[in-house]
Write a protein that binds this ligand. Structure first.
Ligand code: 16G
Length: 257
């Protein structure tokens, strides 16, 4: 099967269901979004014509037009008069592992716009695992920030950051960068210990990262310390394996030829 045939194979009527309560154009938009996010349309660059899409999916051209309009609004497609509908390349992000940077810094340095969506925030007593990671005595309270992190509106990670309330009493005051807020409060992150592990994405996180359940992901745990050595943050995150790269700089370790 050629690359084109492989990419066009998913343009098929079985992707949509007339029994679903979701309007057909939203089902079509969701299907195309998924194909783009899985990189299955990369070989195409541009989408087939509205007429061809309508025929392949067995829907009207109005339905196709509404779906394409929806995805254009989300920045996933761009439509050029007379030239067709083009697929916006997915952002690719690289983080240097030797530098302590925030998500916002990482995005900015790549010309992407960092974003967050709250999934939940709360103040609660630290769990034993959190207390251990943050060197807290039992019963100490922490602020929890559970956020979806976006690069140019594309979800790239889901992050649960836990901060002792002595540093951040109210998680809701973090409206943008957490690290900027900590700096503003007088607790700038200074260094961090980070663990990375390749995992299969837990199924409940798949919709939050807009990828298929069972996809590969990077699980990262970070313990961030103040200059004094006191832990200020414990973060557990899942990053999309397909668009996030981590770059490590290695230098010769104390031996010579
Ligand atoms: C990064 C950090 C995370 C930190 C966040 C702050 C990793 C693996 N994690 O995502 O620990 O909480 O940056 O970002 O790099 P912010 O300042 O943009 O909120």
């Amino acid at each position: 099967m050629s690359a084109l045939e492989q990419a066009t194979a998913p343009f098929d009527k079985s992707a949509l269901s007339s029994d679903s309560p979701l309007p057909l154009y939203l089902q079509l938009a969701r299907h195309l979004r998924r194909l783009m996010q899985e990189g299955r349309l990369d070989a195409l660059g541009a989408l087939p014509s509205e007429r061809d899409l309508a025929e392949s999916f067995g829907v009207s051209r109005v339905t196709v037009r509404k779906a394409l309009h929806q995805l254009t609004g989300e920045g996933l497609l761009s439509q050029r008069q007379g030239a067709g509908t083009f697929i916006t390349p997915a952002p690719h992000v690289e983080q240097r592992l030797s530098m302590l940077t925030s998500f916002t810094d990482d995005m900015q340095s790549r010309g992407l716009t960092a974003g967050s969506r709250w999934l939940e925030y709360s103040v609660a007593v630290a769990t034993p695992e959190e207390a251990l990671a943050l060197d807290l005595s039992p019963g100490t309270t922490v602020s929890r920030l559970y956020r979806q992190r976006l690069a140019d509106e594309v979800p790239v990670a889901v992050e649960l950051a836990v901060i002792p309330t002595s540093f951040l009493p109210d998680p809701s005051i973090v409206t943008g960068s957490l690290y900027e807020k900590l700096e503003e409060l007088g607790y700038p992150p200074f260094r961090a210990l980070q663990l990375l592990r390749a995992v299969i994405l837990p199924p409940e996180l798949a919709p939050l990262l807009d990828i298929k359940a069972g996809s590969a992901a990077l699980y990262i745990e970070r313990r961030t310390l103040l200059e004094s050595g006191r832990p200020v943050e414990f973060v557990r995150s899942h990053y999309r394996g397909d668009i996030y790269d981590f770059l490590v700089e290695l230098s010769l370790a104390g031996w010579s030829r």
